[in-house]
Write a protein that binds this ligand. Sequence first.
Ligand SMILES: Cc1ncc(COP(=O)(O)O)c(C=O)c1O
Length: 701
Amino acid sequence: MEEYSWPLMEDIVNEEDKGNLISFIKTTKRYTQFTKVRDFENIYSEWQGCKYSIFVNSGSSANLLLIDTLKEKYGWNDGDEIIVPAITWITNISPIFQCGLKPVFVDINLSDFSFDYKQIENQITKKTKAIFITHLIGFPSNVNKIKEIIKDKDIKIIEDCCESHGATIDNIKVGNHGLASTFSFYWGHHITTIEGGMVCTNNEDLYQRLLLKRAHGLARELPKELHEAYKKKYPDIDFEFLFLTNGFNFRNTEFNAVLGLSQIKKLDKFIEIRNKNYDRFYEICKKYHSHLITLHNPGISSFTLPFIFKDMNKKQQFQKRLNQEGIQTRPMIGGNLLKQPFLSDYKNDRFTNADFIHHNAFYIGNNQFVGEERLTRLQNIMEDFFNTKMNKESRIYISGHTGLVGSALVKLLRAQGYLNLILKTHEELDLRNQIDVEEFFQAERPEFVFMFAAKVGGIKAHLNTPAEFIYDNIQIQNNLIHLSWKYNIKKLLFLGSACIYPTNSPQPIKEQYLMDGKPESSYESFAIAKISGISMCQAYNKQHETNFITVIPSNIYGPGDHFDLENSHLLSALINRFHNAKTNQIQEVTLWGTGTPRRDLLYVDDAAKACLFLMQNYNSSEVINVGTGSDMTVREIGENVKQTIGYNGEIFFDTTKPDGTMKRQVDTAKINSLGWMAETSIKEGLEKTYKWYLDNLIINK
Ligand SMILES: Cc1ncc(COP(=O)(O)O)c(C=O)c1O
């Protein structure tokens, strides 16, 4: 069998479950249905919010047991009818035949995969005894609508919840909206007992009949308080072998119940994860609404991740592609059941939606092993398949391409063979001018935008010209972000800065701390502008379904940086000072503070590589940090610079001077988990930077 890296079903029995099974086996002498089965039934009733639960050996058995029992209880005749949807599992139909009843098929709808509600009314006859709803792949059916259609007719509602444990209608779990309901705990369902199923009801008489029929029709299966009456009524039959009705043997074992007891504790968590995955899946898919039908209904308890293509050929190509990528697919349950040989006697030309789903839909697995990594992979595959991923021919605009990161990215993109880079200097295009920028978008039609253009500067500039920092940056952002949406670009990357995080953030700084407090006051107007840029990207993603990502790097250094003492960052300032001390044979360099503050220094080529990686692999509205994942003290940084430059003097620390922020390191767990790591050591980065400094600022001076 082919090995899939994302299979439809995965082993959700964990060590804890196995431990519970082992300790049960070691201590029990009873394996057939007994107290563990009763415990599981009671706990399931509690979880489900119903009075009675009957544990059986499969969801299919649950269906057959229920229908057979209902037929007996209500005296239905052979040939009486049960309305069923054209897409459901086959053992929702077979039991109807097995009980001598007749299934009457109704097409499905494309909004919740349940009945085409309008058609139900036409199918109701004098013989209609029940409507057997299926809450398909975790989508709750509109039971209220069905009740309106039935009005006061004596038609029972039964619910198949085998794929929708915990889905809700008006905040009430599915399975509680009719006379009785069925559940499956087969491998791959929301929880598993390997094989297993449950019938749930609030009807006491129905419950007692189900108990009898589950186990051969034996009277001893009934609640104890009823035993005496039967013993008296049939004194010449051994009560232990008193058969009250025709029954089955659908009992399950104590093993399966022990597993159920172990798994049910995790059910709510599992549903939460499945729904979180579904939300993310929906976000990914809705960008392709011209190709896909996407649904996001209240109350779902996601079973699988469905793709419904408008075009059948496209569906086939995409399904093939997913299989090649190791993602297992399957038809929507069994497709249109009326196409199955088993039901060939039924006319099947009325089932337009079921046919459509049969040909145009398939699904992939969803469970607690599916998470961000797989969903990002899926998103990348989709971007590639629908041609929204950046490739060597894409038209890529790098705003701020003469700056530190911009120039490194241009170099990197050229080296990798990207052919269509769009570059404009400040003189050619003033990004603060909306009319000019719109003309530029109209003429150049970029497909991808890297937003590095920003007014930046050292502490002194921030203190002296805060109005320029807020005005220029917000103007640039407003123009680029808004027009990127207006001109339908495929993706935008917005670069923030670590100094926009709150001053008192816990370290290392996680992305979610961004709005937890005020940024450093000396950079406030710059930080507020950058934060509004991030917020703007997120707002456009939300309202306009754009793919604008926001990136926060730690302190970047490298060739192309400013080295003048007023505008430079720590490392460039140190290079400048140590170089001057060496050239002028000054014996000591004094640094402010204790030398103990810690800094995270990211080499510019790594920053550029990270931006390219994120443009190709990251597609979420949530901010993402870029850094080395480690930091160094100012003293260590000073020693490294001294060594690189070959300065032989001493470093002194003037402890009467302030240290500044003691630590500023961004947490890189998120980007690392996607598979990106910084590559350049401080030694290598410093050597390259110093060489550039000598070549460009000293020798050519
Ligand atoms: C909708 C539906 N009903 C019934 C069943 C039958 O359950 P089981 O496999 O436990 O027999 C399934 C199985 O997946 C199902 O999807």
